[in-house]
Design a protein around this ligand. Sequence first.
Ligand SMILES: NC(=O)c1ccc[n+]([C@@H]2O[C@H](COP(=O)([O-])OP(=O)(O)OC[C@H]3O[C@@H](n4cnc5c(N)ncnc54)[C@H](OP(=O)(O)O)[C@@H]3O)[C@@H](O)[C@H]2O)c1
Length: 445
Amino acid sequence: MSKLYDMIIFGASGFTGKYVVKEALKFLSPNSPLTSIALAGRSSSKLAETLKWASTSQPTALPILVADTSDPSSLRRMASQAKLVLNCVGPYRLHGEPVVAACVEAGCDYLDISGEPEFMERMEADYHEKAVETGSLVVSACGFDSVPAELGLLFNSRQWFSPAVPNRVQAYVSLESDKGMALNFATYESAVLGVANADNLTKLRQSSRKRTQPLIPGYGPDPKGPTIEHQKKIGLWAVKLPTADTSVVRRTLSMLTDNPSGLQGASENPKYAEIRTAFWSNIKPAHFGVKIAAKNRLGILRFIAVGLSIGLLGRFSMGRWLLLNFPSIFSLGLFRKNGPSNEDIDRASFKMWFLGQGFSDASHVSKQPDTEIITRVMGPEVGYVTTPVILVQCALIVLAQRGDLPKGGVFPPGIVFGPTDLQERLQENDLSFDVISKSYVSSKL
Ligand SMILES: NC(=O)c1ccc[n+]([C@@H]2O[C@H](COP(=O)([O-])OP(=O)(O)OC[C@H]3O[C@@H](n4cnc5c(N)ncnc54)[C@H](OP(=O)(O)O)[C@@H]3O)[C@@H](O)[C@H]2O)c1
């Protein structure tokens, strides 16, 4: 069925949405896969302002559609007009499901930038089968959450040449700025609501017939490790981070270890089915975890204090009221009601290190790994530069290479975009993927 627009950006008036519009406009051209964009949201005047803000270098006229997550018919109308919807309306726990439902119903493709595990796992449990039927491709976490983790792990895995195999990969995320980095309120609200509803995620995982833990042989992460770790190899202090990355990567690894033949058959095009098969056969699943890292102990104590205040107060309604009304105080300036300034954004960046440990010979696996491969993904500010770049590149792949992607279904980004040229596209847009060191050690690492 022919669609009026290649892509609709829903929630375009939001803090992140407006940067997504600005990024997408760079690729709008009659000779490209992106020939038409419409903006959608609940306020046409705010959307018009967004367009003015985003198209300063060259005034652009784009269609504006009114749609509200509390009005399913407006969402159906939106989804019926687009090949692809980019959903920037969050928190997704509150607003995401009706948008996914409308896209799946209309057979329209859907990408978002959610970092909320319960929302993502619930969408997979409730909409995967229907999405396969209608041919709608639904992929959440196409932002800083969780593409650097997904592609970074795959990149590390590809550095292990047979007979070597990785056993565990620990990621360390370091958010850097010479001024003090900050994120907008909606991301903080999503985290607070995630804590408030933590039980729902546990119940969902218990009720799901699918396994959420990948079947990976070997010893896994050391459960007795210190709470605060000084990781001398990368010169950082670190503490475990309860992030969406772990949940998203686990879903990818579970699909990989459960159903490799399903992945091979994911594409209709025989040439690309072959490319996918070759890609996945080079990936060796490993136990995966994420830690937040800082240059000194004080930086780590700040993250621990913010984590504890959200983790403890987020469980009670009075505590949530305090957290949500005084974000700057309870997050020690990490989250702000009005988001970061342009200067804050320009001066921020990230590094994500992947310390892979494993064995030089898969047929001689012992208790202690004897090989270590360190890789790194780095790039500009996470929320409003890196996230729009990733989302728009994922969108361009969906538009340009649709026949080479799964026909329909709800998938994590690694499954859909891992075997594509997403890494190369991100490298052309200021992200880098580097091998830092490969070492063979005989003693305990
Ligand atoms: N993956 C990542 O790394 C990453 C990075 C950045 C952001 N995010 C996520 O992206 C989401 C948005 O964040 P943000 O900071 O951009 O939030 P925001 O500034 O509050 O923007 C929210 C957007 O949703 C719209 N909206 C709210 N309620 C709606 C409804 N009922 N119907 C239709 N539209 C509605 C708002 O419209 P109005 O303008 O009319 O209010 C606005 O456009 C959050 O969930 C955040 O966590 C993720």
